[in-house]
Ligand binder design. Structure first.
Ligand code: THU
Length: 130
C-alpha cells in the first residue's frame, strides 16, 4: 500500500497539535472537501475527561464553521501499528455532514486501511428518517 498522500500528511501534521494531556494518545485528522480544500483537526482533552473531542469531529466542525459543506475523504492518523478507526460518535457526525466519505487510516509512516464510511456505519440514523 502507498505510504502517503497529501491528506495523510496534513493529518500527521495536525496530530502534532493534539491536546492529549490525559491519554497521551495523539490523533490527527484531515478532511478533503469536494473543491480540494484540506481542513485538519486533532483531539482535545480536558480535565473533565468526558468533554474530550476527537480529531475527526474537530476537523468536521472546523470545516462546517468555515462554510464547507461537501466532502470527499477523511484521513485519521495515530502512532499505532493497528489502524485507528473513527469512534461511534465521529462516525455519526462524519456521516451526517460528510456522507459516504472515503476513510483513510494511517500511522506515522504508512497507510494502514481504506474504508467507505457506509461500511463503518451500517444502517445509519440521519435526517432522512426524521
Ligand atoms: N480519539 C480520536 O481523536 N479519534 C479517534 O478516532 C479515536 C480516539 C482520541 C480521543 C481521546 O482523546 C484519545 O484519542 C483516546 O481515546
Amino acid at each position: 500500500m502507498a505510504t502517503s498522500d497529501p491528506l495523510v500528511d496534513a493529518a500527521r501534521r495536525a496530530r502534532e497539535h493534539a491536546v492529549a494531556t490525559f491519554s497521551g494518545f495523539k490523533v490527527g485528522a484531515a478532511l478533503e472537501t469536494t473543491d480540494g480544500t484540506i481542513v485538519t483537526g486533532c483531539n482535545v482533552e480536558n480535565a473533565t475527561y468526558g468533554l474530550t473531542i476527537c480529531a475527526e469531529r474537530v476537523a468536521m466542525f472546523k470545516a462546517l464553521s468555515e462554510g464547507h459543506r461537501a466532502f470527499r475523504r477523511v484521513a485519521v492518523v495515530a502512532d499505532t501499528e493497528a489502524p485507528t478507526p473513527p469512534c461511534g460518535a465521529c462516525r455519526q457526525i462524519l456521516w451526517e455532514f460528510g456522507a459516504d466519505l472515503d476513510v483513510v487510516l494511517a500511522n506515522l509512516t504508512a497507510i494502514t486501511g481504506h474504508h467507505r464510511l457506509e461500511d463503518l456505519l451500517p444502517l445509519p440514523f440521519d435526517a432522512r428518517l426524521l
